[in-house]
Design a protein around this ligand. Structure first.
Ligand SMILES: [Zn+2]
Length: 300
């Protein structure tokens, strides 16, 4: 058994695409789909392990600088492939659950953070959106300067709109779902009606799960998120009386009426990519998250 994914590197879109190809060759039970394309026509890829009726989706790198979440999800996918080959219990779980990975929602943004603006023809306008700086390490948005996790149709009008034009972070766009990356994930979620979702972000070691949730769904989501908190050691966030909407989790729990969790990996590092030195800790905290969600869905 050889290891394909090396998460301890600047994990690029190209690397991810190579690794997905190698994984689907090594593990024929995997299923790959292109669920959409970015502004710059990069593929937004989903990979499924399992054949069950119930389904879960894990996604990463909505935000460009948070690309370590892609490495984490690719590592997790490979880890579950190994266990699928070696453990009957895991095969049983994946006969009842389909676990979908969308490791990189924002491939253009990730490429900008990792490679800078030189390879983009619109370098001038990117620098303008980036307050004149050629250092794109802190960029969160997609390549058009829209924050993809402020694009989903849940209380979109009430999202703070102090940022009125395309920028490196926080601009919510002119309408919900104007950006192909958010729209692709939105349509993918509508198509599959996932039983649960986890959206990986960084940083802060926190989990958002509640938004304005009440009633039975609040209690069933709480049961699951308490397991995730125990597993990761991350803090559960109380949204307070006036949470800001527009995030995938906000939309999914309120409209799809199923649990979704926004998991912020790594100790708080500020507006930069999470340093690779944190990876081993992050891996130990998160490697069982997909299996834990799968087991919770089978019980629920
Ligand atoms: Zn984020």
């Amino acid at each position: 058994m050889s290891i394909i994914v090396n998460p301890k590197q600047v994990y690029s879109y190209t690397k991810m695409m190579e690794d997905i190809l190698l994984l689907t060759e090594a593990y024929p039970f995997l299923h790959k789909e292109v669920i959409g394309h970015s502004v710059e026509k990069r593929k937004i890829v989903a990979v499924k392990i399992g054949t069950g009726k119930k389904s879960i989706m894990l996604n990463g790198a909505h935000h460009a600088r948070e690309w370590l979440t892609t490495a984490l999800l690719m590592d997790m996918l490979e880890y579950y492939c190994h266990r699928h080959e070696n453990e009957q219990e895991i095969r049983d779980i994946f006969s009842k659950i389909s676990l979908w990975f969308v490791p990189m929602v924002n491939p253009d943004g990730v490429t900008l953070v990792q490679e800078g603006a030189d390879s983009f023809p619109q370098k001038e306008s990117l620098m303008e959106m980036n307050q004149g700086s050629s250092d794109f390490n802190g960029w969160k948005a997609n390549i058009r300067g829209v924050d993809l996790n402020r694009q989903y149709p849940m209380d979109w009008d009430s999202i703070d709109d102090r940022i009125q034009k395309p920028a490196s972070a926080m601009f919510k766009g002119s309408h919900p779902l104007t950006e192909p990356e958010s729209m692709s994930l939105y349509l993918f979620a509508l198509e599959h009606k996932f039983d649960a979702v986890a959206c990986y972000h960084s940083s802060g070691e926190e989990i958002f799960w509640q938004y304005k949730l009440t009633g039975d769904l609040y209690h069933s989501a709480k049961k699951i998120v308490e397991q995730l908190a125990e597993l990761t050691g991350y803090q559960l966030i109380d949204p307070g009386p006036n949470p800001s909407g527009g995030g995938f989790t906000d939309w999914f729990i309120m409209v799809q009426k199923r649990p979704s969790f926004t998991i912020e990996i790594a100790p708080y590092v500020g507006p930069v990519p999470v340093p690779l030195e944190y990876y081993d800790k992050i891996w130990q905290e998160n490697k069982e998250v997909g299996i834990t969600l799968a087991k919770a869905c089978l019980q629920g």
